[in-house]
Design a protein around this ligand. Structure first.
Ligand SMILES: [Zn+2]
Length: 409
């Protein structure tokens, strides 16, 4: 029996079982379509002792992260979010030329570039070589390593302790969350601040966001579980922002436990109280998610079957990780979705893992004029509907699958 990533209690309680699924970032070339494809169980558990929601580790992280197809800079709204964060935190912590910022999971340097532009020394840490090369090319110093105690010790030995350690959408992707947070503790200067953003489990549950579950995401956090894990490593969560990104995220602020300069804010207290009253510290609360997801699948298939019966053509927009979970779990292949498009040239001419739906450049939509465009990265729906507003000229409509099937005329 597998045991909890954090507290090591045996994992006995299913949160949701999404069946067998390929790695969501392993896009296929045309030659690979005729080969065998690896599928792994996508079974999510909730720990009965600490309530950490987690996927059992079936795939070694080296297999996942050495080449990563996701480049943060391809999303305009994500870039704007990064810029706004840098402006806010630079002011709040009074960062300057004498400070040091380290970002964990720094991807292609999409965020650190804004610190560099302000003359603030930075270092990116990311295990994926191809994205790190992109960061270095744009002037963001980056090391290609999986972050943990060992990397933290090397950096500290080089005199590189940080005033600010930040990370967005990296905590879930850490296979050994204890080693990761222990590394943060070592790397943080006395008086330093940590900010980490992650999708909020409460929103995932309330809004059927089961497609944000994939093998690359090992764990899913509430404020309560994050607080518990950081506290176990001598770090205190003292503040939190609730953000609209990725369907609803938290940005937690942490400091050393013995740093009394920043007391816990009212915002952090009230979020903790809300999670407790929502029952996130009780196993029963997690038990109904499976049925909720079965119903979400039925409703999406109902829409697609109806549309195809009426002879409508459906194309996808985007080829994000979450799209692959959704399409594989629901069994949606080219019988429903003729193709999808993406702005990332790395994906053009490739195929979605498992479903083998072809990926084209966005211009394909104008050329084929589909009746419906299914937006797979639904967290970016406003941005995409604006970019692709031209589909209305032939009566095309947008469809957003999560939290519920919604058609936008
Ligand atoms: Zn546990």
């Amino acid at each position: 029996m597998a045991s909890c990533l954090f507290c090591e209690a045996p994992l006995r309680h299913t949160f949701v079982d999404l069946g067998m699924s390929p790695l969501c970032e392993s896009f296929l070339t045309a030659e690979q379509l005729n080969q065998m494809e690896r599928f792994y169980p996508l079974h999510v558990w909730v720990c009965e002792r600490c309530f950490l929601v987690q996927v059992e580790e079936y795939v070694r992280p080296e297999g996942i992260f050495t080449e990563y197809a996701y480049f943060s800079s391809y999303s305009d709204s994500w870039l704007a979010h990064a810029r706004a964060y840098v402006e806010m935190i630079t002011g709040r912590l009074a960062l300057g030329a004498g400070s040091r910022v380290v970002e964990l999971g720094s991807n292609d340097g999409y965020l650190l570039q804004f610190f560099v532009a302000r003359g603030i020394p930075v270092l990116g840490v990311d295990p994926a070589k191809n994205v790190a090369e992109k960061a270095i090319a744009r002037g963001v110093p980056t090391i290609t390593k999986l972050f943990g105690r060992e990397t933290a010790r090397e950096l500290v030995a080089d005199g590189a302790q940080a005033d600010l350690i930040c990370g967005a959408n990296v905590l879930a992707q850490v296979p050994d969350v204890k080693d990761f947070v222990a590394g943060i503790k070592l790397l943080l200067k006395p008086g330093g601040v940590v900010t980490i953003e992650f999708p909020h489990l409460v929103r995932l549950m309330a809004e059927n966001q089961f497609d944000t579950i994939y093998h690359e995401h090992f764990s899913y956090f509430s404020f309560l579980t994050a607080e518990r894990i950081f506290a176990a490593h001598g770090l205190t969560l003292y503040d939190v922002d609730e953000l609209p990104t990725h369907g609803g995220s938290l940005r937690i602020y942490a400091r050393h436990v013995d740093d009394a300069s920043t007391p816990m804010t009212e915002r952090a207290r009230s979020l903790r109280a809300r999670e407790l009253s929502a029952g996130l510290d009780r196993l029963e609360t997690y038990a109904s998610f499976t049925e909720q997801i079965h119903e979400t699948k039925r409703r999406l298939l109902e829409f697609l079957i109806g549309a195809r019966r009426r002879g409508k053509h459906i194309a996808g927009y985007g080829a994000p990780g979450k799209g692959n979970t959704l399409l594989n779990y629901c069994g949606i292949r080219t019988d429903f979705l003729e193709y999808t498009v993406d702005r990332n040239p790395y994906k053009h001419g490739r195929f979605l893992p498992g479903t083998h739906i072809p990926i084209h450049p966005p211009e394909r939509i104008e050329a084929t004029r589909p009746d419906y465009v299914l937006i797979l990265p639904w967290n970016l729906k406003d941005e995409i509907m604006e970019q692709c507003a031209y589909i209305r000229s032939w009566g095309g409509q947008f469809v957003v699958p999560i939290p519920d099937v919604k058609v936008y005329p």
